[in-house]
Ligand binder design. Structure first.
Ligand code: AMP
Ligand code: GLY
Length: 421
């Protein structure tokens, strides 16, 4: 079988690594991939938004299975675009991808089906929004409706911040805005909760805790994710049942009532307060860096899971997990998440030892003349598995010391909630 993987981040390198282990897979093409994927698959330079070019490529290379990593092509309808082809494409269709593509779509669904989430209001213009602000308490959360690469969310401590958020959103900072979402600020601890579904059955796909802020102690700007650990320290069978029964099932059933079938990974970003889950947001894909910390814990064959999903046979398989915990630390370029240098040489990669407990997944990297360069803000993901979170983290620190890349930085406190108590 020939497999295509769409995307170029750490998530896609981790997916590629798992697919590569499968006996049934012959060729893997990463569209466009990164330096890491180029060592285990073939990278193809292609514009991820050019669906015609991608389709043509899948025909030329006789691709049987196309796995979509990031949200943008899903929200833009790549799955619908491939409906008339023989290619099995893994991910939700455009209607289902509204769960991530429109925060307001999701909030309305929550309202209709009593799914626990922050109280909210939807406002059509700056004036209406500002009138609402007169009678509100702070902090408050203001969000642009559509995809904004994680940047369209403002946590506002006071009215001044809130006015800036409203003006920026309506001025089109995140694309044309017909409305804004204003939400109650939820307190508690966050958890990333994953399932995989074929439209009929759902299977759990484990949990993780991301660390979104750039500085230690969860301070500073929001980033794409500075590291993660898995499983979340919060998960237990009672909470799992609440999440499935109060959030996941009503969502998928609600979609079905709208004649929308959901298939693929579903990632619920949750706030857990007093052992109760509240939905912050949905993503229609695996998380990054959650994927890098979860997949090495997977005992079962990822290709089989994905194929079972495409063939609506998820009920026929069992998903098994290793007992070990895992930690992922992201090495970033100096300056990230603001301006950072591009095309910075990374030496010493050959000094990184990898085995079945220690992994190095690439993100923003590129190979030119057999040399690896950092080209993105998040550069490398170091993952380690152990029964003991602290040991896993020590192993990663050893790898980072061996690499000794002095053009970048990483958070030394990833997993502090399960280690530095
Ligand atoms: P999102 O892009 O919706 O995941 O939001 C980014 C981050 O903002 C989340 O991971 C939370 O840390 C935070 N956030 C979003 N909505 C809320 C909320 N209603 N209450 C508290 N924090 C929130
Ligand atoms: N880890 C956050 C995200 O993937 O959106």
């Amino acid at each position: 079988m020939n497999v295509g993987i769409l995307g170029s981040g750490g998530r896609e390198h981790a997916i590629c690594f798992c697919i590569k282990k499968s006996k049934n897979v012959k060729n893997i093409y990463c569209l466009p991939g990164n330096a890491g994927t180029s060592t285990i698959a073939e990278n193809i330079q292609i514009d991820m938004s050019d669906f015609h070019a991608i389709k043509k490529f899948t025909e030329e290379k006789k691709i049987d299975l196309l796995i979509v990593g990031p949200e943008k092509p899903l929200v833009d309808g790549i799955v619908d675009f491939f409906l008339d082809t023989k290619v099995k494409i893994f991910g939700p269709n455009q209607a289902a991808s509204q769960l991530e593509g429109s925060k307001i779509f999701t909030k309305k669904l929550c309202e209709k089906y009593n799914i626990p989430t922050a109280n909210f209001g939807i406002f059509q213009n700056p004036n209406e929004s500002k009138i609402f602000l007169k009678k509100t308490n702070y902090p408050i959360v203001i969000k642009a409706d559509g995809l904004a690469s994680g940047k369209g969310v403002y946590i506002c401590e006071n009215k001044k911040d809130a006015l800036i958020a409203i003006d920026e959103i309506f001025a089109g900072k995140f694309g044309e805005a017909k409305n804004v979402l204003i939400e109650e600020f939820l307190t508690g601890e966050e958890m990333s909760f994953f399932i995989v579904t074929d439209g009929n059955d759902i299977k759990l796909f484990n949990t993780a805790q991301d660390h979104k802020r750039v500085l230690e102690g969860d301070k500073g700007k929001n980033t794409g994710g500075m590291g993660a650990y898995s499983p979340s320290r919060l998960i237990n069978i009672d909470l799992e049942n609440k999440i499935i029964n109060q959030i996941i099932h009503p969502t998928l059933e609600g979609l079905k009532e709208m004649k929308i079938e959901y298939s693929g990974f579903l990632y619920a970003g949750l706030m857990i307060k007093n052992d109760n889950p509240y939905l912050i947001e949905y993503n229609v894909r695996m998380g990054d860096p959650e994927c890098q910390t979860i997949l090495p814990r997977l005992e079962s064959d990822l290709t089989n899971i994905i194929l079972a999903c495409c063939e609506k046979k998820l009920n026929e398989i069992e998903i098994k997990w290793k007992k070990d915990n895992s930690i992922c630390i992201v090495l970033c370029s100096d300056g990230y998440p603001e301006k950072y240098k591009k095309n910075v040489l990374i030496k010493n990669l050959e000094k990184i030892n990898t085995d079945d407990k220690n992994y190095c997944f690439h993100a923003g990297t590129n190979i030119i003349d057999k040399k690896t360069y950092a080209v993105g803000g998040r550069v490398l993901n170091f993952v380690s598995l152990s029964s003991n979170f602290s040991e896993a983290r020590k192993k990663i620190f050893d790898s980072l010391n061996n690499l000794n890349w002095n053009e970048g930085f990483y958070r030394k406190d990833i997993g502090y909630k399960v280690i530095d108590k």
